[in-house]
Design a protein around this ligand. Sequence first.
Ligand SMILES: Cc1cc2nc3c(=O)[nH]c(=O)nc-3n(C[C@H](O)[C@H](O)[C@H](O)COP(=O)(O)OP(=O)(O)OC[C@H]3O[C@@H](n4cnc5c(N)ncnc54)[C@H](O)[C@@H]3O)c2cc1C
Length: 464
Amino acid sequence: MVVLGLGTSGEDLALQLLDAGLEVAGIEAQLVGGECPYWACIPSKAMIRSGNLLQEARRVNGIAGSAKVEPDWSLLAARVRDEITGNWDDSYAVERFEGKGGILARGWGRFTSPNAVAVNDQVFTARKGIVIATGSTPFIPPIPGLAEVDYWTTHEAIAADPLPESLIILGGGAVGCELGQLFARFGTDVTIIEGSNRLLSREEPEASEVIMTVFEDEGVTVVTGEHAASVSQSQEGINVHTDAGSSMLAAHLLVATGRTVDLSQLGLETAGLDGSARFIEVDERMRATEGIWAMGDISGKAMFTHVGIYQSTIIANQIMGKSQLIPDFEALPRVTFTDPEVAAVGITEANAEEQGFRVAIALKQVPSTFRGWLHTVGNRGIIKLIIDEQKRVLLGATVVGPNAGEVLGMLSLAVHEKTQIERLRSMIYAFPTFHGGIGEALGAYGRGTGKVVDPTYETSAYLD
Ligand SMILES: Cc1cc2nc3c(=O)[nH]c(=O)nc-3n(C[C@H](O)[C@H](O)[C@H](O)COP(=O)(O)OP(=O)(O)OC[C@H]3O[C@@H](n4cnc5c(N)ncnc54)[C@H](O)[C@@H]3O)c2cc1C
C-alpha cells in the first residue's frame, strides 16, 4: 500500500496496515503525524487548559477566598515547545513507523498513474492500492492588502512566543473562538471579526449567545456582521478596515477563516480523478475509484481528527478483509473547546426543520439545573435537545457548559443508537451531575416531587 500524506489519518492507517503485516510506503512532505499533534488539536487543547486554569483561579474571588492571578505565557510556550510537540520534531513518530517496517519517503508526492506515486526521484508502485490523506491548509480570503502583511495562520498562533500584545482574529468559528479566548485570558487585547451575525454560526443560536456573553464579560471584543474589506500595515501595527466602515489596529492578525483543500498538485488526472474538485468524492467505503481511497479533511466530511481516524478504520477493515464497517455520520460529534465548551452531535433545530422533521425541543439553562446552580461561577450554558416527534428519538443535541464535551458522550450514544426519548426519560441520572441536566431538560426528575430547590428551576421541555 502507498499512503500519500502521513498526517493524522494517514499515520493511523499506515500503522494499522503495518500491524496487519502489509508492506507500506508512507509519503510525507512535512511532519509525520500531520496537523493534529503539532499545530492543531493537541497543542491548542494543552494551551486552552492553561487559559482555563487561569480563569478558574480568578473565580476563587468571592466564592472561596481571594486569588491574585499573574499569567505567564512563557510557561505555556515552553510546555507546547518542549513537552507537547517536542519542538515540532517527529522523530518519535518516524521511529514508530519505520520500527514497524514502514518505508518513509519525505517530499511532496504526486500520482504518475492509477497505481504509482512519485516523490523526489523515487516512484512507489502499489500492488494493493493507494490512500490519499493529504489534509487541508488554512483558507486565506482574497482581502485587498492581506498578502502584503505578515499575518498569522494557526501555525504562528500555536507557536507564539512571546504573547502578542494585541491580536485581531478574522473568523469567529471554532478555531477563532478557542484561540481568541485563550490569548485574552493571558492578557492579549483580542478583537474577533466575524462576517455572519453571530459567533459559531454553524451551531445553535443559543450556544452563540452564551459564548458571546462570556466573551463580553472577559473583555474579548467581538464584531459580527462585518467583513474585513482591506488590510494594511502601519508603523503601529496591522490595520483592518471592514465593509461597514470600522477600523481596527493590532500588533498581529490571525486568519482563522476556515480550511481549504488543494488537489491541483497531486497529479490526480493520471489516476482518472478530478484535480480541480473541492474535495475527493468517495463512496460509502471511502473509495475514490478502484484501488484508491481518500480520507481525512480531503474527503469533504467534517474536518475533525475523529472523522479521519474513523475513516481510516473503515479503509483498514476493507483492506485487511475484516468485517465491513459502513460509515454512519448521523451521530457526528463536535466540540469547540471554549470555556464553557460547546458540544454538539447530529443536526441542529434549523437543519431538522429544513429537512422537514416534525421537531420538538427540550431546552434547559445550565444555571437552572441542580448541578449548574451548585457550580455557581463559570456555570453558563444550555442543554438543547432536538427531538423527532414522530419517531421520538433525538436528531441532535447541543450542550454548552462546564465539561460539555464529556456530557455530550451519552447524547452521542443516544443519537447513534436512536434511543427512544422514553428510554432517556426513564433512565437513572446520577445526582447532581451535569449530565443529569439532560434528564432535567426532559422532565425526567425534579418533576412532580413538589421540591423545587432552585428558585429559577423550571423544566422547559416543550415535549408532551
Ligand atoms: C487550530 C486547530 C485546532 C483543531 N482542533 C481540533 C480538535 O480539537 N479536534 C478535532 O477533532 N479536530 C481538530 N482540528 C482539525 C484536525 O486537526 C484535522 O481535521 C486533522 O488533522 C486532519 O487530518 P488529515 O489526516 O486529513 O490531514 P493532516 O493531519 O493535515 O495531514 C495531511 C498530511 O499530508 C501531508 N501532505 C499534503 N500533501 C502532500 C503531498 N503531496 N505529498 C506528501 N505529503 C503531503 C501534509 O504535510 C500533512 O502532514 C483542528 C484544526 C486546527 C487548525
